[in-house]
Design a protein around this ligand. Sequence first.
Ligand code: ADP
Ligand code: ASP
Ligand code: MG
Length: 418
Amino acid sequence: MATHLVQDLDGMARIVKKFGGTSVGDMDRIQNVARRVAKAVGEGHEVAVVVSAMAGVTNQLVGYCRTAATFHDAREYDTVVAAGEQITAGLLAITLQELGIPARSFLGWQIPIKTNNIHGAARIEEIDPATLEACFKEGRVAVVAGFQGIADDNRITTLGRGGSDTSAVALAAAVSADRCDIYTDVDGVYTTDPRIVPKARKLDKITYEEMLEMASLGAKVLQTRSVALAMKHGVRTQVLSSFEELPGTLVVGEEEIVEQEVVSGIAYSRGEAKVTIVGLEDTPGKVSGVFAPLAKNNINVDMIVQSASDDGTTTDVTFTVPEDDLKKTVQILEDNRDVLGFSDLVYTGDVVKISIVGVGMRSHAGVASTMFDTLSDKGINIQVISTSEIKVSVVIDAEYTELAVRALHSAYGLDRED
Ligand code: ADP
Ligand code: ASP
Ligand code: MG
């Protein structure tokens, strides 16, 4: 992405600033956000803002939809859950106006932010930069409702949980912003979630690739899709605190990192569920018979292991799905029980996926075995394993989450020295 010229000419920049749910959690905090935006405007920067819903609001709206129906109409779900961001966008615009800063709110469709029609998990396909460009020109702050867009069928879509990050990065790419600042309730990206490991260290920089893995493996500090977009368009993305004026973490290309750790972070994801199909007939077509109907219902199967049984006629297949989809998964499998012919279905949501991530892993042996040794020393049983070039993930009992993450954090030398 070309760097916007303004920055080179006189130190001013075009910046998209995104404020998460806690940062806009009440009116005091919205005022705090407005002051930060006003400061950047006062320094002469061109600023556009993206906001999330107030903390807790989206969860509440999702809860209403679930109460209304297990298999609810995803289009109506989007109409409901997109509502939280409308409120904060309007409130921040009003608050900025009170500070004498010209501002107006925009909903996704008013930009427009065009998406595909996968309701609940839509992808941004196109953003017309004209609306934001016009605001920059007029010296007006556009406050955009994050998390939402509009599909071809003229219906509101949402981008999946945590999707305001993606709205911000996509807008930053569309207007060739110099930077996308993601303001949140921690002051950067840490070696692991600082809320469960007090010894976690803040990273000055992290590569796009590692951040992408960390995010997709559960570090919700950035939505996965936002990192993919930042990487694709070379958006300089910074994660920083909305409460303190501290330098944050910059997500950068690999070439910008001088010394690369073997393992740079540990992620965990509690939102997993494990399903075992016991006694599935061991013949061609049976496994595909299990996963095809799940895929058709947009259920994302993650890790899969198949174990042959003693007599070779049946097999057990274990896999993980998002916990939110467990009910649906079980229902679909039970509906197909006669065709599939398995003997039992065992499932639990009491599992967690723990992952170690690092680009340095590519050139180091023994990284996975340190993980297995560390967990076994703590008496933690590994239920499923999967690996890729730069990560190793295991599924374990949820009750050991903190113990496992802390032990691994120490084992890979990531603990902060006090
Ligand atoms: P927002 O509402 O601002 O979008 P989120 O709750 O989505 O904020 O993301 C911030 C949270 O991400 C932090 O409060 C922290 O608990 C969690 N988190 C998980 N892993 C990490 C990590 N490696 N570094 C920083 N924060 C992390
Ligand atoms: N409000 C939405 C959510 O809670 C989007 C976001 O916060 O990024 O998932
Ligand atoms: Mg978030």
